[in-house]
Design a protein around this ligand. Structure first.
Ligand SMILES: N[C@@H](CCC(=O)N[C@@H](CS)C(=O)NCC(=O)O)C(=O)O
Length: 217
């Protein structure tokens, strides 16, 4: 049975796509566009909230990027996952879930800067507040990454979740203030599997700019 990943270029499904490429599994990729495409009845049967990623593996359907990372590692690449009893399992879990704390703030900033396309819909106050809150998270990550090549001692599935967190975060908060996180993100971007998870030429992008500055910030 072939795995199927539902994906929107640059969305959180990039985590799962990157991990599938790291593992080297064959899979089918179904590419959607953000918006009404994800609200089609057929798709809502898989992902009730109409979001990506969604991974289908036979009878297994998962639509949370953290759960997909745990599932893919446990099922197909145990060396990239951690299990209860492993000494670094708590650290693996902590950062896996921390990546979605970053993800939620990046989502709020994406809503403000990208999705709300009319200036009067946007709130520079919220933009500034969410950027500050994101910078607090980046500081925590930066301190963890000091002296480390990866989140754990070696590359693992959690790096795809944290690495994607930085992919989103650097659109709104300059990584220059977080040198360890910035260097880590450079290393992640150099990974062939990361490059394969980037949007192909001509794909509809969520982020059309490299960086989004707070207006009058
Ligand atoms: N916690 C979920 C969040 C998934 C999520 O919100 N994905 C966004 C893209 S990054 C989405 O599909 N948004 C569609 C929409 O809001 O209409 C995860 O980590 O997978």
């Amino acid at each position: 049975m072939t795995l199927t990943l539902h994906h929107v270029p640059q969305a959180r499904s990039m985590r799962s796509l990157w991990l599938l490429h790291e593992i080297g599994l064959p899979f089918d990729l179904i590419v959607h566009q953000i918006g009404p495409d994800l609200r089609q009845l057929e798709y809502l049967k898989l992902s009730g909230a109409g979001r990506v990623p969604c991974l289908v593996d036979g009878d297994v359907v998962l639509s949370e990027s953290g759960a997909i990372t745990e599932y893919l590692c446990a099922t197909y690449a145990p060396e990239l996952g951690r299990r209860a009893g492993d000494s670094d399992w708590p650290v693996w879990l902590q950062w896996l879930h921390f990546s979605e704390t970053i993800g939620a703030l990046v989502a709020n900033l994406t809503l403000q800067h990208v999705m709300l396309f009319k200036p009067q819909m946007r709130s520079p106050v919220l933009m500034k507040l969410e950027r500050k809150r994101l910078e607090v998270l980046l500081g925590v990550l930066d301190r963890h990454l000091e002296g480390r090549e990866f989140v754990l001692d070696q590359f693992s599935g959690v790096d795809t979740n944290i690495g994607y967190g930085l992919f989103g975060a650097q659109k709104f908060a300059p990584l220059a203030s977080f040198p360890h996180a910035a260097a880590y993100f450079e290393r992640m971007q150099a990974r062939p599997a990361f490059v394969k998870a980037l949007p192909p030429e001509g794909a509809e992008l969520i982020y059309k700019q490299d960086f989004y500055e707070v207006p009058n910030g």
